[in-house]
Design a protein around this ligand. Structure first.
Ligand code: BMP
Length: 217
């Protein structure tokens, strides 16, 4: 069956609303990503509840010392998250601890960000962060959908790593172009949950991908 390339970033703070939307779109997306606002408002058990509908990627952007990172990753994994997002910038020791704590859950490392000022900070170090990610066995990395030049450079060095890309629509990126330029999945938040009809939005984008031969086998 062809597989959607949408990761829906459901950054909502009401459990009922997020579960309702998850139920409606779950058949037509690849995964749901949740972030701090959702977890802080709905509680950590929202991971388990959403996992009934879809793979869940927990975007805590873990960035602490190894001891703490391992604990965080372990809790997320025990809640049933399919994947989690970790920073790589704190260094190899911290990333290794995330990967250990994550056990069977996939780890995605941040090698670049979509906010404009990250060009002056984090994004300067994307090459060394990819190297650390590869050496330590991350499953994928995060690269911006609103910076196609950087995305293409990252794709060329990422090898087999999956690329997940936020920064579409509300942050200016074009999700179709992002897939054409080598992202494996586009992360779309407000573009979905603030659209008049999220189900229609997701179906329309899947159809656009299908017409451009961009659905996964
Ligand atoms: P939106 O499509 O509404 O802009 O949401 C994007 C989501 O991806 C948010 O959860 C945001 O925190 C996250 N994100 C991002 O926008 N840029 C990054 O570089 C990394 C992210 O995780």
């Amino acid at each position: 069956m062809k597989e959607s390339r949408i990761i829906a970033s459901l950054d909502l703070v009401d459990s009922r609303q997020i579960l309702d939307l998850a139920e409606k779109i779950s058949n037509d997306i690849f995964a749901i990503k949740i972030n701090w606002p959702t977890i802080m408002s709905c509680g950590i058990e929202i991971i388990k509840r959403l996992s009934k509908y879809s793979k869940v990627i927990c975007d805590l952007k873990i960035a602490d010392i190894p001891y703490t990172n391992e604990k965080i990753a372990n809790i997320v994994s025990q809640q049933g998250a399919w994947g989690m997002i970790s920073h790589i910038f704190p260094g190899e020791d911290s990333l290794k601890a995330v990967i250990k704590g994550a056990a069977d859950s996939k780890v995605f490392g941040v090698v670049s960000m979509s906010n404009p000022d990250s060009e002056n900070m984090l994004n300067k170090n994307w090459q060394s962060m990819i190297k650390i990610g590869k050496t330590n066995g991350v499953y994928g990395i995060v690269a911006p959908a609103n910076n196609q030049d950087l995305l293409i450079k990252i794709r060329n060095e990422a090898g087999n790593l999956k690329i997940i890309s936020p920064g579409s629509i509300f942050q200016g990126g074009d999700p179709l172009l992002t897939l054409e330029n080598g992202a494996d999945y586009v992360i779309i938040g407000r573009g979905i949950y603030e659209s008049k009809d999220p189900v229609e939005f997701v179906n329309n984008f899947n159809e656009l991908c299908r017409r451009n031969n961009l659905l996964n086998e």
